[in-house]
Design a protein around this ligand. Structure first.
Ligand SMILES: Cc1cc2nc3c(=O)[nH]c(=O)nc-3n(C[C@H](O)[C@H](O)[C@H](O)COP(=O)(O)OP(=O)(O)OC[C@H]3O[C@@H](n4cnc5c(N)ncnc54)[C@H](O)[C@@H]3O)c2cc1C
Length: 411
């Protein structure tokens, strides 16, 4: 069976990897590099040679996850990972920090800030996780929390992750939000893992194991036609490619643009794709600590400032590699960094409660007319784990006999 996969982010590549021994696939990628939101840059700073991520970078330190299983299956081991503390500092413009999280080696005299106690008791006292389609605003409103704890901490982190305005976080899925907030006010910083070779190295390792799949980079699919036998993809290099099955591993607004209008019209099942709305997020990798708290003893790995109704983060690479390199969101900043090493633009998708309902509808039309959707937006909190799970879902339909599926199946 010939399968067309549009998008060589982790979802498209893992789909190809899972079906490679059974199907003949072609992966078409618009950018000149594979990896999608995993974009890594290698450089030497202060004599330290290291790889820095501009986009996706963190992996849960959980050995039983499909992400860990994939990493092992494509050859990654302990030496490829760096374990770092996921610590957080939150503040608003011109105000001393609202919350300074636990971080190894932070001097004992540095206080946790006024929002620490309310945030900690909120997160510790939640009990059973809410259903995925309960809005975070409902959960927050059911407790009496000071506005500073809500706007400058709980909402600020989620707004920064998904590029939405702070008040919009009230509509985000509480379950998704709480996944990202776990550990923000814990007595010890939670450990997370990064790949020493950068998150993009996972994409390269996956691609390196493909034998029957062709990858075409630097050419975007710009039109998809429905035919009797399947689909025909036309790309910006003038190529045309007929496939029996189609996997769209691109952001949903792109899927809407590519599919024939008749397929996404009102009343058609794929109309649901219109409900997935992305936000632009721009990142810079830089050397000047322009977005860090003035007092270095309050620096964390994640430093989130609320300003003008937005919240933006600056990730400090000090705990990872011992160098003052920062990866900062610069979408809405009034001051830009001066010592910039690289910049990159992304699209983020806030996991709103409505999006959760749209995801359920999309799940019901998976595979209809030979059309499949893979990507971090298809379920859950929208991380790499979700993208890998979505690829496995698609592969179970396209190549149920694939031996690689066993690597990713949780017993
Ligand atoms: C800035 C940022 C940071 C993140 N950090 C983390 C993190 O630390 N940990 C984590 O677990 N998750 C993180 N995520 C979420 C993470 O991106 C996703 O989980 C995952 O990388 C997305 O993979 P994907 O394959 O679904 O989509 P993408 O990575 O978006 O891949 C889609 C691909 O489709 C291509 N494409 C688009 N249009 C076309 C076209 N017309 N023709 C051909 N190709 C096309 C794109 O170029 C892209 O390569 C982050 C997301 C963002 C935006």
């Amino acid at each position: 069976m010939r399968v067309g996969i549009v998008g060589a982010g982790i979802a498209g590549l893992v789909t190809a990897w899972l079906i490679d021994e059974v199907c003949t696939a072609v992966v078409v990628e618009a950018r000149s590099r594979i990896g999608g939101n995993a974009r890594s840059v290698t450089g030497c700073v202060d004599g330290v040679s290291a790889t820095f991520d501009l986009g996706a970078q963190e992996i849960a330190a959980d050995d039983s996850s499909p992400h860990s299983a994939l990493l092992t299956a494509v050859g990654f081991g302990e030496r490829h990972f760096a374990d770092i503390p996921s610590s957080h500092t939150f503040w608003a413009d011109d105000v001393s920090p609202s919350l300074v999280g636990s971080h190894p080696g932070r001097p004992a005299g540095v206080g946790h800030g006024p929002a620490w106690e309310p945030v900690k008791s909120f997160l510790d006292g939640l009990g059973e996780p809410p259903a995925w389609d309960v809005p975070f605003g409902e959960v927050v409103a059911s407790r009496s929390l000071p506005p500073q704890a809500v706007d400058h901490v709980l909402y600020a982190l989620i707004a920064s992750l998904f590029g939405c305005a702070v008040p919009e976080v009230a509509g985000v899925s509480a379950r998704a939000a709480l996944t990202y907030l776990a550990g923000v006010a814990s007595d010890e910083a939670m450990p997370v893992r990064i790949l020493r070779g950068g998150m993009e190295s996972l994409s390269w390792a996956v691609a390196g194991q493909l034998t029957r799949t062709e990858i075409r980079t630097g050419t975007a699919v710009d039109r998809i036609e429905r035919t009797e036998g399947g689909y025909v993809l036309s790309d910006t290099a003038g190529g045309r490619c007929a496939v029996e099955r189609l996997v769209l591993a691109v952001p949903p607004p792109t899927a809407v643009r590519l599919l024939p209008e008749s397929m996404t019209a009102p009343g058609r099942p794929w109309h649901v794709l219109h409900r997935f709305a992305c936000r632009p997020v721009r990142y810079a990798l830089h050397l000047d600590p322009v977005y860090m708290p003035g007092d270095r003893s309050r620096w964390s790995t994640h430093n989130v400032v609320s300003h003008d109704g937005w919240a933006e983060s600056s990730f400090w690479y000090g705990p990872s590699y011992g160098v003052d390199v920062f990866k900062s969101q610069i979408t809405h900043r009034s001051v830009l960094p001066r010592q910039v090493l690289a910049t990159s633009a992304f699209e983020a998708l806030p996991p709103t409660a409505d999006l959760v309902r749209a995801q359920r509808t999309l799940a019901m039309v998976q595979g209809h007319e030979g059309l499949h959707f893979a990507g971090h937006y298809t379920a859950g909190p929208g991380d790499q784990e979700t993208a890998i799970d979505s690829a496995a879902e698609v592969a179970r339909r396209l190549a149920p006999g694939s031996s690689r599926l066993r690597h990713l199946t949780t017993p």
